[in-house]
Design a protein around this ligand. Structure first.
Ligand code: IMP
Ligand code: MG
Length: 181
């Protein structure tokens, strides 16, 4: 799989070192609040497992399954939430976890829906943030790494559902991307 990468941006050790820092900051910020993590699947599944084990606080975890890509490299229209019911968040401090902030459409949509579920506070944590002009303006409160506007895979991020299990993050070779939109 690594041979499909044009170049590696972050190897496993670099990602883990950054997660140590992020986890320390989150643990400090939520030290006297009860945290509810809402992880957006599938992209954040590896991040969720590695980050949460570094946060030594009592917390609740819920997952939302959201489809935004439908197989291509650009989000297509409104993201689809596969859950029939959203978690009850009344009185909760919510931290949304996602793999990457790209156009902002997914996170803005999810955030809006969760705001209607009655939390006390909502923040956003992403592993990656692309430097670009977004379709929806949304800021992340915790960011692992800022990257250029390139298509990346690995560490949870996929292309056509592949590469999620790569332990590093890299730029996918352009010749492997079919039907660029
Ligand atoms: P957004 O709605 O455009 O911000 O993107 C939301 C989702 O698109 C992310 O949660 C990812 O699953 C996916 N995505 C965006 N950029 C990339 C990328 O470079 N590689 C793989 N998936 C991506
Ligand atoms: Mg995806």
């Amino acid at each position: 799989m690594q041979a499909d990468l044009e170049r590696i941006l972050f190897d496993e050790a670099t990602i883990h070192r950054r997660l140590d820092e992020l986890a320390e900051k989150i643990s400090h910020d939520y030290r006297d609040r009860e945290l509810t993590i809402i992880a957006i699947l599938n992209g954040s599944v590896i991040l969720m497992a590695d980050l949460l084990r570094r946060i030594p606080l009592p917390l609740k975890l819920d997952c939302l399954s959201v489809a935004s890509y439908h197989g291509g490299i650009r989000s297509a229209g409104e993201p689809v939430l596969r859950q029939a019911f959203l978690p009850v968040l009344t009185g909760r401090h919510v931290l949304i976890l996602d793999d990457i902030l790209d156009s902002g459409v997914t996170l803005a949509t999810v955030r809006e829906k969760l705001e209607n579920a009655g939390p006390v506070s909502i923040r956003v944590c992403v592993l990656l943030k692309k430097k670009k002009i977004r379709t929806r303006s949304i800021e992340a409160d915790y960011v692992g790494f800022e990257i250029a506007d390139e298509f990346v895979v690995g560490y949870g991020l996929d292309y056509m559902e592949r590469y999620r299990n790569l332990p590093c993050i890299g730029v996918l070779r352009k010749d492997l991307i079919t039907g660029k939109k």
